[in-house]
Design a protein around this ligand. Sequence first.
Ligand code: GLC
Ligand code: GLC
Length: 849
Amino acid sequence: MQYGHFDNASREYVITRPDTPLPWINYLGCEAYFGLISNTAGGYSFYRDARLRRLTRYRYNNAPFDVGGRYIYLRDDAADDAAGDFWSPSWQPARRALEDYTCRHGLGYTVIVSTHRGVEASTRYFVPLGENLEVWQLTVTNHRAEPAQLSVFSAIEFCLWDAQDDATNFQRNFNTGQVEVDAEAGVIYHKTEYRERRDHFAYFACSAPLAGFDTQREAFLGPYRGWDDPATVARGASFDSIAHGWQPMGSHHVKLTLQPGESRQIIFLLGYHENPADAKFDPPGSQTINKRTVKPIIAKYLDPTAADAAFAGLGAYWERTLGILQVATPDEHTDRMVNIWNAYQCMITFNMSRSASFFESGIGRGMGFRDSNQDLLGFVHMAPAWARERILDIAATQLPTGGAYHQYQPLTKRGNDAVGGNFNDDPLWLILGVAAYLKETGDWSILDAPVPYDNQPGTEMPLYEHLQRSIQYTLDRLGPHGLPLIGRADWNDCLNLNCFSTTPGESFQTTTNREGKVAESVFIGGLFVLAAKEMAQIANRKSQIADGRWQDAIRNTEYAVRNTQYADYARLAAEMEATVKAHGWDGAWFRRAYDAFGEPVGSAACDEGQIFIEPQGMCLMAGIGLEDGRAEQALAAVRERLATPHGIVLQQPAYSHYYLNLGEISTYPPGYKENAGIFCHTNPWIMIAETMAGHGDMALDYYLRINPSAREAISDVHRCEPYVYAQMIAGCDAPTHGEAKNSWLSGTAAWNYVAISQWILGIRPDYGGLKIAPVVPESWPGFTATRVFRGVTYHIAVRRAGPGNAVALRVDGQAVPGNAIPLPADDRTDVQVEAILGWTFSKTRLPFP
Ligand code: GLC
Ligand code: GLC
């Protein structure tokens, strides 16, 4: 069953009934000001950091599930009923019957349109580029045969900035709330704590003359009443309340009389503004906000012409950004996800990391070291300058040992001590992130950028040295089999082999670990091989490892790394590969790990958890076993033991009880999350492995099992949004097999994008240029693509001539050897590429006429 449909031409998902199985959300903003918005206008806004600069309040895990948002109420002032007839055009929170409800989630904006008794309301919500505010453009149209006398009420609830404190520290917070109201101008200012150390405030403005306003929640709602039935709206008049403590909110009241057929637009703005510390008040010495710099911004966007122009600017931005890769294939789900939604989700995960969604509360987690490096893989081509900045930010949190804080705070960009470290895979992901950046941009200068360790001034070293220390960090931590020690955990945060936690509620992420130097990770072994191979390539291409300026500095640090060269990295990769084959191979698949007693995890010898997806994916992506049949065996084992119609589960059999020696993985009931859930992040690793083994049909089959668009028809089973990936789909052991959870913020976005675009469609940036190496289904006659790469637009046409994946290339009419397009030697900006697939070299002539 479906709750809407895709509108590809306008790059929107159109939800046609408000009672979706879960709130289906979208994001507003792509720079510094962000908002989450559901299909019933629920959600909240923040500036940069969802915890520390929260503008509006939101209560997670509420009942109803999604209440609190950017609300508008309409009231029929002429209705017979004494309490008036009022409704929410976004359905929530009043939930009165609506005709023709649609919610269009687009790229950076959402439009909700509905009609109630002949009065249509359309609200477009978006954040203009370059501004720290959101625009709500409300258009009300009277389709009745007689005039309509209406009241419009807006409503938001301010958060007292720190969302964590806001939700817990009531003895203080019920006293601090302060507002200012400029009723003439229609602006409500929220200035809690502005009197002391904050230089920022929020504002909520309205373009129409006000009939009234409210800023005290309890006055607006009335005692013991909720957002579904506010006293103000029911009686049709504001209280003009001023908040002193308690819960400051913002509500405007506008009266409208519309003739038959008449439309009126009202604009609301919600924004964030900073003043210089020495110019906070006007007049100086008063307690009144200095509004000199904010007023022109408010005035600008209350003008519909400026608002429309800003909206057009947003559209042009996305047109440009998505234009970097567009494809036309025989599969509509592939096209839709690659061209629009998966790319969009990659941008959102890059911005939000794992902080703010309807499953991540915005107060719990900063930016993950490993997560952010992976998010970059799906995003670097769309905003290389942001990617460069992100890489340097992440690297600056690296510890001098080469280790990493597991997370860092987006506002301060400092490593977060409270979340700990010693996830031994973390540092290696930095190499993958940097490699992706180099391949996309060819900007080798990044390797020389001075970057400190642990943000300590004076510790700056070239980025390249950070990568070297990442490798060294693993080499310094090898276990009894010569495999990397797992530390607290590896990619699987929940495989806690040194934890042995017996205390209820204790955090597996931060509790003191045993320092047994026994538990090893085959997965990190595979990741190390992949990273060391990248390092070999990087070292090979970087003519000078470090210039004289850096050489001495590098030699003199406590954690000096060897001046490792190409050959060393290639040797290190080969040695680890041999170790993985010797001690990480179980006979028919790769083992997962060795526990703190040296016993295998993910082996046929285990009672449960005999085979895991992660080492199959990672070892094969590193190329281990591609030559000797192990890859085929491992992939067959995945197919037989882990693949389900809803995707590939993490491991089998699921853990039926808690294992002290395995940790959090066995805390989840079977089929959920890390205990044999379909952890969608890992599925693309197998898709990539299938392409490396040459199996295009299998790769696309796996791709479509979890592709959200391909699952749209089973929305009542899947339940999450059909336009973005969720982190998890319940596995075959779960009573709710097929049900997705934790949509939006997951490494799933980037990895699926990489799998489909770079490996299945095979349009793959490499150090020396763009490669064309599709591994697509045999039944595909071909596909076309446009890819902007290092300033050149490549128009690519792939045509199948026969079975198999061999490629013959012709670039601007010239046959070129191999599958890499040479970078144009002249200033050509458009290049035509023809790729003939399935052409065998036994044929004597090139397949071109
Ligand atoms: C979550 C984390 C990620 C981790 C994964 C598996 O997605 O954000 O870092 O790798 O879970 O545990
Ligand atoms: C829990 C989740 C895991 C996530 C971790 C992050 O362990 O199961 O997916 O990575 O929390 O804190």
